[in-house]
Design a protein around this ligand. Structure first.
Ligand code: AHR
Length: 322
């Protein structure tokens, strides 16, 4: 338990004993959680923010929310502000993997527990955070790769792939690339002919896909692997504007499983979306309460996820929560 919270409870006990004030009057103090969000770059992120805000409300936790607009320096500033405000717990979804050690050491020195949600850091010192909850991004990349291997089974000739990567240096961009390549490298027919970041946004996904089509020509691309649905949706627009049929002329694989992707699949424009759940809010609030109650929390909490090929989209759509 952080010293500031311990201090409040100790003071409450002492005051209660000396002034005969019931202890329950002090027990009302709300837990304060500082949360630094990556930004609002995608449909996924909007759902993640909504999940955290509504779960905090339901759990009776006071949330100090800060949007970093996809900039690491903004997240560092926000975390320092949370430390200065002596919040009970800090949680954040790191925009990139590296460069967090100093600010995490400051939080540790202030005895404020840190929870990583969605994305992890690549710090060697795992004592700088209590737990990391979120998806296994490498496995998501593998699922995308396995789906492609199955889809092109028996197909002769090169399979020319273009890849829209997520934000440079972010855990999902690094891991989704790694997992996908790990699977496709087993067969030399798979060739990644172009790979560039689209920063997880629709606008960038469209822009980069336009450049890919220009560089490779209309018949030079067989598959698009996009690290998230938003970039795939942007790219679909570029493909249509180039006079091609998405999901037919170019097979499209993406990740997240947001409603926009289901709509694209039902319209026959996206072949498959690997699920990545943004609904981390309730789990986060439970972890915050457990940490402050001194309970043991697992170091890694992995989200369970599925994969949705277009054939399943219509049946699954009504069940989707984001
Ligand atoms: O970190 C999760 C990723 O970030 C999601 O796949 C993407 O849509 C988001 O912006």
């Amino acid at each position: 338990m952080p010293t500031n919270r311990r201090h409040v409870i100790a003071t409450a006990v002492a005051l209660s004993a000396s002034t005969l004030v019931p202890l329950s009057a002090f027990a009302q103090k709300k837990i304060v959680l500082g949360f630094s969000q990556v930004g609002a770059e995608s449909e996924w992120r909007t759902a993640n923010t909504e999940s955290i805000k509504s779960a905090a409300k339901d759990a009776g936790i006071e949330l100090k929310f800060s949007d970093a607009q996809q900039k690491q320096e903004n997240q560092i500033k926000a975390i320092r502000a949370f430390i200065a405000q002596k919040v009970d717990v800090i949680a954040f979804s790191p925009v990139v993997e590296s460069g967090w050690d100093n600010v995490l050491k400051e939080a540790k020195a202030a005895k404020i527990p840190v929870v990583l949600t969605d994305r992890s850091v690549n710090s060697k010192d795992s004592s700088l955070y209590v737990t990391f909850m979120g998806s296994d991004f490498v496995e998501e990349g593998r699922k995308a790769g396995r789906w492609l291997v199955e889809k092109t089974k028996g197909q002769k000739g090169d399979v020319r792939i273009v890849e829209l990567q997520g934000t440079v240096g972010s855990a999902p961009a690094i891991d989704r690339k790694k997992g996908f390549e790990e699977i496709i490298k087993a067969d030399p027919k798979f060739k990644i002919v172009r790979s560039q970041t689209g920063d997880f946004t629709r606008a960038k996904g469209k822009e980069v896909m336009e450049a890919f089509l220009k560089a490779e020509g209309k018949n030079g691309i067989n598959v698009l692997y996009a690290h998230n649905d938003d970039m795939a949706i942007g790219a679909i627009q570029a493909i249509e504007e180039a006079g091609l049929k998405p999901a037919k002329d170019i097979t499209i694989i993406s990740i997240d499983g947001v409603k926009g992707a289901f709509e694209a699949m039902m319209a026959g424009k996206l072949n498959v979306s690997v699920e990545c759940s943004p609904l981390l809010g309730p789990q986060l609030m439970t972890a915050v309460k457990d940490i402050l109650a001194g309970k043991q929390v697992p170091k890694r909490i992995v989200t369970e996820e599925s994969i949705f090929p277009m054939e399943t989209a219509a049946a699954e759509f009504p069940k989707r929560k984001y």
